[in-house]
Design a protein around this ligand. Sequence first.
Ligand code: PEP
Ligand code: MG
Length: 540
Amino acid sequence: MSDVRTDVVLSGIGVGLNAATAPAFVVATAQTLPPYRMSDLAPREETARLAASVLKVQLSLQGVAAESNGEAREVLEALAEIVADDVLVASAQEFIDQGWSAASAFGKAVSNFIAPLVKEEASERFDDFEWLSQLVQADLAGISTVRELPTEGRWVLVIDDLTPADTVQFTDAIVGVVTIKGGPTSHASIICAARGIPAVVACAEAADVSTGETLLVDPLGGRVLVNPFDLEASAAIPFSARLPEPLIAVRANVGSVQDVEAARLSGASGVGLLRTEFLFMDAQTEPTHEAQVAHYRTIFESSPAGPILVRTLDVAIDKPLMFAQSSLEEQDRGYRFLVDNRGVIERQLDAISAAQKITGREVWVMAPMLASSEQVRYFTELVRARCKLRVGAMIELVSLAQTVDELAGIVDFVSIGTNDLSQDLFGVDRNSPTDPDLLDHWQPLLIQLIGRVATASRNASIDCSVCGSAASDPTFAVVLAGLGVGSVSCAPAAVANVRASLMSFESVAAARAASIAADAESNVAAKLAVQTFLNQSLAR
Ligand code: PEP
Ligand code: MG
């Protein structure tokens, strides 16, 4: 009898719609770094060693960035700036002056840098800072942190978590990804979703997989099958368009000119979220009015037909501003940032408004991470004093989600950011979740909250949209329509599928799907029950 294990089911969180089967390629965890230690050398020598290492890491990040594109490139370019950030290096110098080695000093400086923010809020690329710290420490210790990924054949990568250095190495040889850590909105998930690579993340049991075992990555089932024999991938719902148009408008999320190109080809009805951080992230000084206008103009001109919802700067630990008034450690998202950097936001609005006038596009503006109707009023008054654009707020904090009725007459629209809303609702770090399941958008409590926001918005005559990752799930998009949300905005790669699902069901079926999901006992039960119901209604 063979002792090969078959049909072993490992559970995790699925990313994507298609399944993939291939042998596992288990990527070794990077060599561990030596513990922090006091130095035998003079501080002057440690300072020189640190400066050389920081420069080396910076150049290498710039090199990898130059060979990458899209979001990976932007992240790498930003990290190349941050590694040599004055505040960070000065903080490391203080530790060197206390006698610590250069590697320990840099590690401690990064830890101090991110510590106050860990408890407050997570960010999707928070792990990148840890990675940056490890790159410098590894260089100083003479350890290699480069993990060689396969470039030939077909493999399912099994890895603790993916860093930007890993994802830039992706070739067609990687047909699936299983990560032991991570969550549905962390770096690995976002990259895999954008590249259409089926993935299952937060799959702790994958730690026991060996290279060569056949893996079936089943994102729809939220599971990985080891050596599948009787079991098969979960079947996707066979959407078949019955309606001439989707139940609700499907827009696209964009952050760069490249994304806008993809959005235009995707069939999206406008842009539901323009993340404006990327223009500012690398800038040592505030971009000039002319540079900002030119940037928005290019984006507006290339955007798919329909409204363009521009989010004002969303500054966070993973997207810091070098020129903002608050120091890097103190920067906060939402209201605090607005108040501390009112001039930056006013000049951003002036540039958006100027680009709107040049292009004649329908542009709406919204602010991220506001917590109360008073904070929203502060933003809307600021906007209305300067331009005549429709103005709104993102709903990303439970406190605002619960008080949408108070926004009547204050905003024209709201857009629900489910990524941040989930972490606020469940108190789970979005970047390295201890319980990733809580960040699954199928959690009934989240679904109920979205339903309440949609209803309150309708009663207050406010447009309500959803632009978090949840909107990229075609089945969930039907639930959102049933909850009364007026439009969704998703990754450009997901637009076609989301449109197809929203053209496959009448509003009565969508409403039923929404109540099934909201009444379910768990996220797993909600997803399964809605899939079953929608499959049955398609068969009728
Ligand atoms: C969200 O939080 O859902 C969102 C769309 O904003 P971001 O992912 O940029 O934080
Ligand atoms: Mg957000």
